[in-house]
Design a binder for this molecule. Sequence first.
Ligand code: NAG
Length: 403
Amino acid sequence: MLVQDRAAKPKSQIRDLPTQQQIRRFSEPKNLDFTSWVSENVSRIVVFFLFIVTAASFLFLYNTTDTASLLCFQSQSTQSLQPLARPQIKWSSIQVLPDKTSPYASFLTERWIVVSVTKYPTEELKGLVKIRGWQVLAVGNSATPKDWSLKGAIFLSLDAQAELGYRVLDHLPYDSFVRKSVGYLFAIQHGAKKIYDADDRGEVIGGDLGKHFDVELVGEDAKQEPVLQYSHENPNRTVVNPYIHFGQRSVWPRGLPLENVGEINHEEYYTEVFGGKQFIQQGVSNGLPDVDSVFYFTRKTTLEAFDIRFDEHAPKVALPQGVMVPVNSFNTLYHSPAFWGLMLPVSVSSMASDVLRGYWGQRLLWELGGYVAVYPPTAHRFDRIEAYPFAEEKDLHVNLCYG
Ligand SMILES: *[C@@H]1O[C@H](CO)[C@@H](O)[C@H](O)[C@H]1NC(C)=O
């Protein structure tokens, strides 16, 4: 029922091992002929043989097929893998990279809102700057006007980004929102403990990020309450559409595999999990929620803008280990234990980048005992009826395989 249950299982297997060895230590001396050796070691021989076959098929797949099918193969075989030993990292020996060049060199604050900007400041962005206690960081790209500025926001132009010396700069496309990766690093360098990953078309409802999100997970201000959690009774259910929980059964988020779009039943029951480790918090957006181009074009019957409302009284809901939701970069709060999961992949189309980031981030979060939770509407995004190119999502629908 709790997240901890599943994590505990491998430990009990490890504990069993010494007992078997003790039994063997006191058993009768062994006959050394080959047939009895084989019969005593059947299980080891089988395991060794399977290992060789697995390794060989991996090599074969790696050499003959594209990465997509390799990914599928890996995702199906993960369940039989033993946990890997983790590297020991001496955090204290890692040198801090100081900001010596930017005008904000000595500026430190804990709460950051990171947005990508391509056009002059929107009304919504002007609203984000007014949220008390949060610093807006606007990350430009090659299409952003050179004289972009907004009082209260820190703006990183392409030139300012280049000055920062981050190694990720060598890998980022110039004309894309994935340059936000520079922004996350800048925020971390300047004291971030929480990063609200936002969209300049989104208005925070009520101007208060703390209304629904759990901005504090520890300490006096943290809500010490159990969180509702999806059940994981059906092991075949690996991804859910969270919009159903928030009252919109016929809407699905960008990044939900299309084969799951038809699963529109309400939950029969929920479980609960201790609050405090929801290091990635996905907010739902009213107005134009984060939907894919398939939804956008098949549901648009008139030229009117979408104005979808979710149930703001539905409680937040957590995902158990083994079940995922699509996570985006428009309305998502990351806590520092999950900051490693912010980096946006650059080798996929732009509208697939944040969704992919969200899926691998969730999987790795389980290793920390963390989880994703989805929150009732925290933002309102306005449908400006702009082009919604399917091509930018192609890596979601065509090249991705959900295991
Ligand atoms: C899960 O999928 C397998 C294979 O398709 C099927 O045999 C099994 O009954 C499914 N389990 C549930 C609980 O639906």
